[in-house]
Design a protein. Structure first.
Length: 288
């Protein structure tokens, strides 16, 4: 066969009419774009409303060398945004591995009050004002969490965890997160980190400045003489009872009942919850 006889043939690796050749920098750029579009090589996301207990969990995960992208998904208190002004679409997380951390909204809103007043030096009004605020209050917290609950079927890989369950079984909660990520780690290491990062030890590390060397001003008390100004403040389950009046608690409970918050939480956690144990309020709401 003469040399001219293979004119018009497609040589191995030849491009079709509608194909584009990528070489050098253009190929690398295209691969980077592909990875970005499909969430490849990106760290898992840990999302939570502010003051849901993320700091404690983050320190322990950092101790274990587990890398997360930590976000509040547009709800930072300093941004002063109502829930209606926040992008509720979760499409940008569709192909990301995501852990959603939630906490009893009543404890979350009280902790947020002190964050605003003692650490951000921003006006809060009274507790009664704050819990009813469109910018910071309990309805915003509940709707934010409910938005993540309802997004579950549309997300590639998502799990939910409660602050209260981390308190109940800290090492077990860490193991559940690592199992979800496909990371194997010695149980003894998880127990060691859990024991070293008790609330009392966390608070001591903030007070002595150990955390500031690792995290900067984020984990520094605003006033060493004011316990309410610490980033690691109390961490108490049900601590809202120390601050909210009976009328304020009734307002919060009525709102959560109206939104079917505990019903939806129980539903999604039974399907995709990590280390989940239903709380008393969940059982009451479900049987209602």
């Amino acid at each position: 066969m003469g040399r001219g006889d293979d004119r018009g043939r497609e040589h191995p690796g030849a491009l079709g009419k509608n194909q584009i050749a990528f070489t050098g920098n253009s190929r690398r750029s295209s691969l980077m774009l592909f990875s970005k579009l499909f969430g490849l090589n990106e760290p898992p996301v840990l999302v939570s409303f502010p003051k849901s207990g993320r700091t404690w969990l983050r320190v322990m995960l950092d101790d274990l060398g587990v890398n997360f992208q930590y976000i509040h998904d547009g709800t930072d208190h300093k941004q002063l945004r109502s829930i209606s002004s926040i992008n509720t679409s979760k499409s940008r997380y569709k192909r990301r591995t995501t852990v959603v951390l939630v906490r009893d909204p009543k404890d979350t809103v009280v902790s947020g009050y002190f964050q605003m007043q003692k650490r951000h030096n921003l006006p809060t009004g009274s507790f009664s004002d704050f819990i009813r605020s469109d910018l910071h209050g309990i309805e915003k917290i509940a709707l934010f969490n409910l938005g993540w609950f309802s997004a579950m079927p549309r997300l590639h890989a998502v799990r939910y965890i409660q602050y209260e369950d981390i308190h109940r079984d800290t090492a077990g909660a860490l193991k559940a997160i690592l199992d979800f990520l496909g990371i194997e780690m010695d149980v003894g290491k998880l127990t060691e980190v859990a024991n070293n990062r008790t609330f009392e030890n966390m608070r001591s590390s903030e007070q002595t400045g150990d955390f500031s060397r690792r995290y900067g001003h984020i984990l520094q008390p605003r006033d060493l003489n004011d316990p309410e100004s610490f980033k690691v403040r109390k961490g108490k389950i049900g601590g809202y009872r120390d601050y909210l009046s009976d009328d304020d608690i009734a307002y919060c409970d009525d709102l959560l009942l109206k939104l079917r918050y505990w019903v939806e939480l129980d539903k999604v956690f039974r399907q995709n919850g990590l280390c989940y144990q239903p709380q008393e309020q969940s059982r009451i709401a479900v049987s209602d």
